[in-house]
Ligand binder design. Structure first.
Ligand SMILES: CC(C)(COP(=O)(O)OP(=O)(O)OC[C@H]1O[C@@H](n2cnc3c(N)ncnc32)[C@H](O)[C@@H]1OP(=O)(O)O)[C@@H](O)C(=O)NCCC(=O)NCCS
Length: 149
């Protein structure tokens, strides 16, 4: 049976491995440092809440949220935002992703939030489909720019 619970100190390593699989271009040392800092109680702007899904004590996925000042397409501010949502490849399609979203939603509702925001790369049509199936609707599209200074 799959359970979802708040991430604890003992999860920092596996959580950072999963974060690295979700964000392969990120610095693995930084991902681990953030995971350790969060689980030790640090106040991080990029992670406000995080949950892990596990089955028979084996971690299978995670979701992490921040509370953003605003999110394009949302009506309320500040607004909780799904920053990372990941399930191990072999465990996908069994409802674990949905269970993680449910945990995020409960966390947000308990704190009085009325919306949950998220986003996806344009090419990640699988994640877009999963969002839609989990009750999100497409609220906005934008192109990001960068100018080195
Ligand atoms: C997105 C992700 C977390 C979903 O996890 P999951 O455990 O497979 O999701 P679930 O099995 O709970 O599926 C939730 C719903 O989405 C649907 N869904 C999931 N993947 C889908 C896909 N590729 N195409 C269409 N629908 C999909 C499921 O059918 C289910 O809907 P239903 O209950 O109405 O049938 C997982 O696919 C993943 O880790 N992907 C790689 C990382 C990623 O892209 N993360 C999102 C970044 S924005």
């Amino acid at each position: 049976m799959v359970t979802v619970r708040p991430i604890e100190a003992r999860d920092a390593e596996v959580w950072s491995v999963f974060r690295g699989r979700l964000w392969p271009d990120a610095d693995t040392g930084e991902l681990l440092a953030e995971a350790l800092a969060f689980t030790r109680g640090a106040d991080l702007p990029i992670v406000t809440a995080a949950f892990i899904a596990e089955e028979a004590a084996v971690a299978l996925g995670f979701i992490e949220l921040s509370v953003r000042a605003f999110s394009d397409g949302c009506e309320s501010r500040p607004v909780p935002h799904v920053e990372g949502w990941y399930v191990e490849r072999d465990a996908r399609g069994r409802g674990i992703g949905r269970a993680l979203i449910d945990a995020a939603e409960s966390w947000a509702r308990q704190r009085g939030f009325k919306e949950l925001a998220s986003d996806s790369e344009l090419h990640n049509v699988d994640a877009q489909a999963a969002h839609l199936r989990c009750g999100f609707f497409e609220a906005h599209r934008l192109v990001k720019f960068r100018k080195p200074l």
